[in-house]
Design a protein around this ligand. Structure first.
Ligand code: NCD
Ligand code: ZN
Length: 345
């Protein structure tokens, strides 16, 4: 096969940032994606309906001319989130989901949740109206090894919340372990998971063996090879519980390349080429569309996109090593393998 037409894809987990950074990274997503779930972890975070409306308008006015891209907004859940504000934002279709960051789990998560009993009423309301909760699934307990934080989160936090609030619809985001894959597979209709491009490609050796490679450092951190294989299996299986959320997370090189570097891989630019390569290697090109374009809308109860994109296989495709922003260069994720599939313009 050397040509593949897919429904236009969506990105169910994306960091667009704000200001100059947003203007630089937005075209990298709007080129191929029709919609994206936009993460609310700005500084300060997007916590109220009003914050979300203003952020959405800034995104819309930065979007390239002629683009029909639709940002799907999220609210950042805090212990102070008001049910009334959240329900009003959901009622008018301003927000598509709510994001739960355990406090301190990752970049800009200081305002996240510490005491889960304080958000119980909000979660009950979300279950009532079917508003999905996007979850950064890592415990923050410093006693827990960083490679075990996702598995511990399922047992200590996620499963108890789901038992406590039946009907709550949850997306376990950027899953990195076979434990999470198994949990989602056996979890019924109210749970799904996003998988990033980079977690399908790298394991922890890529970050640490033969020198430290900050551009591969993201959260949740990539795990051992057996987990990466479980992710590839889940993504390429066609199972409707798994769909693409790139977690493309731009940081300038200056912010990544320092003694305490930021977490995040920037994959918006070359994601579709990489995914086609991964699915081809797994003999699953015929299931790429489910992962990029069908399973996500089905879980979010949204229509699939009207348009299509066509991928063509040819001689190797190259991408710029970095994109320029007013704040400095942002390195594009290097998959470390030749890519052959390009999106036809
Ligand atoms: C994200 C970021 O930079 O905002 N970083 C990351 O490593 N994925 C935050 C997040 O999604 O955890
Ligand atoms: Zn993220």
């Amino acid at each position: 096969m050397d040509r593949l037409t897919l429904r236009r894809p969506d990105d169910w987990h994306l960091h667009l940032r704000d200001g100059a950074m947003m203007r630089a990274v937005l075209p990298e997503t709007t080129r191929h994606f029709a919609r994206a779930i936009v993460m609310p972890n700005l500084v300060p975070p997007v916590v109220t309906g009003r914050d979300a409306a203003e952020y959405r308008d800034r995104i819309l006015s930065a979007k390239p001319k002629g683009s029909k891209f639709r940002p799907l907004m999220t609210l950042y859940l805090t212990e102070e989130t008001e049910v009334r504000d959240l329900r009003a934002a959901a009622d008018i279709g301003l927000i598509t989901a709510v994001k739960l960051y355990p406090a301190g789990a990752t970049t800009n998560s200081a305002s996240g949740v510490r005491d889960f009993t304080k958000v119980r009423r909000v979660l009950e309301n979300m279950a009532q109206i079917g508003l999905p909760l996007c979850v950064h699934g890592e415990v923050t307990d410093p006693e827990i090894d960083i490679f075990d934080r996702e598995a511990a989160f399922i047992e200590r936090v996620l499963d108890p919340i789901r038992r406590d609030i039946p009907g709550l619809r949850v997306i376990m985001e950027h899953v990195t372990t076979s434990d999470a894959v198994d949990y989602v597979r056996s979890g019924g209709d109210d749970i799904a998971a996003t998988i990033t491009t980079h977690h399908l490609v790298i394991n922890r050796n890529h970050i640490l063996a033969g020198g430290i490679r900050p551009h591969y450092y993201c959260l949740p951190v990539a795990k051992r090879e057996s987990h990466r294989r479980a992710l590839v299996q889940a993504a390429t299986s066609g199972d409707a519980s798994f769909f693409l959320g790139t977690d493309s997370a731009p940081h300038t090189d200056a912010a990544k390349l320092q003694a305490c570097g930021c977490a995040g891989c920037f994959t918006a630019t070359n994601t579709l080429s990489i995914l086609a390569e991964v699915f081809e290697a797994a003999g699953a090109l015929d299931r790429l569309e489910a992962f990029t374009s069908l399973n996500g809308p089905a879980f979010y109860r949204l229509p699939v996109n009207d348009g299509t994109i066509t991928l063509e296989r040819g001689d190797s495709v190259t991408y710029p090593a970095a994109i320029d922003t007013e704040d400095g260069p942002v390195t594009v994720f290097d998959p470390g393998m030749p890519l052959h599939w390009r999106v036809r313009d």
